[in-house]
Design a protein around this ligand. Structure first.
Ligand SMILES: Cc1ncc(COP(=O)(O)OP(=O)(O)O)c(N)n1
Ligand SMILES: Cc1ncsc1CCOP(=O)(O)O
Ligand SMILES: [Mg+2]
Length: 213
């Protein structure tokens, strides 16, 4: 299964500004989000599994896949569609070995060496992370910028998601430089209307992708 990467919602409870996380996700999916990652940095394991279970049930009728950030055990426990791992998380080979066949793995890359290392791997996407500096992740690596993104496009066979500072102003140039999908936290979670924000972003992304081909 090759999921639609167009508009990838990464959740962040504080970014929802007091609104219910599941309601924000549902609005976003109704607005056009095509993929959702549950990213929980502070929940204990039981609460993480409970939230993942509820989110999976919410997403099922929409046919939108659910990835779990960082935690292979949580992904396995709820039979999520896959996991997103970064450079400090469980290594790719272990994750691929432990996940059932057909499950999805997304990987963050922060350096050219990591891009080249990932070439032979069975990945759903590489996340070019971050494209721009963002207050949504304070411990991020040096931003790639547009020239860095162009380099990744030229050196990777994988589909590319961009993350970090993506919004209506920055999306067109990111897609023009090689992004196949756009991952956002604040542009949806912190928007006055997450549903309307998702709708606008989705239209912009599909328009920019169509112009490129
Ligand atoms: C789609 C996407 N891209 C990048 C990240 C960042 O992953 P990581 O570097 O492991 O950092 P944390 O998100 O775990 O803090 C991501 N989660 N999703
Ligand atoms: C999780 C993550 N990984 C790299 S940047 C980032 C945060 C993206 O948040 P925003 O879309 O608000 O810039
Ligand atoms: Mg991680």
């Amino acid at each position: 299964m090759e999921p639609n990467l167009d508009l990838y919602l990464v959740t962040d409870e504080p970014a929802c500004l007091g609104r219910d996380l599941l309601e924000v996700v549902e609005e976003a999916v109704r607005g056009g989000a095509t993929l959702v990652q549950l990213r929980e940095k502070t929940l204990d394991t039981r609460a993480f599994v409970e939230r993942a279970t509820r989110l999976k049930e919410l997403l099922r009728p929409y046919g939108v896949p659910l990835l779990i950030n960082d935690r292979l055990d949580v992904a396995l426990a709820v039979d999520a569609d896959g996991v997103h791992i970064g450079q400090s998380d469980m290594p790719y080979a272990r994750v691929r070995q432990l996940l059932p066949p057909g499950k999805l793995i997304g990987l963050s890359v922060e350096t050219p060496e990591q891009v080249l290392e990932a070439e032979p791997w069975d990945l759903t996407y590489l996340a070019v992370s971050p494209l721009y500096a963002t207050p949504s992740k304070t411990d991020h690596a040096t931003p790639w910028g547009l020239e860095g993104l162009r380099w990744v496009r030229q050196h990777s066979r994988h589909r590319l998601v961009v993350i970090g500072g993506l919004n209506a102003a920055t999306i067109p140039e990111a897609i023009a430089h090689g992004a196949d999908g756009v991952a956002v936290i604040s542009a949806i979670c912190s928007a006055p209307s997450p549903g309307e924000a998702a709708q606008v972003l989705y239209q912009q992304i599909t328009h920019s992708l169509a112009q490129r081909t």
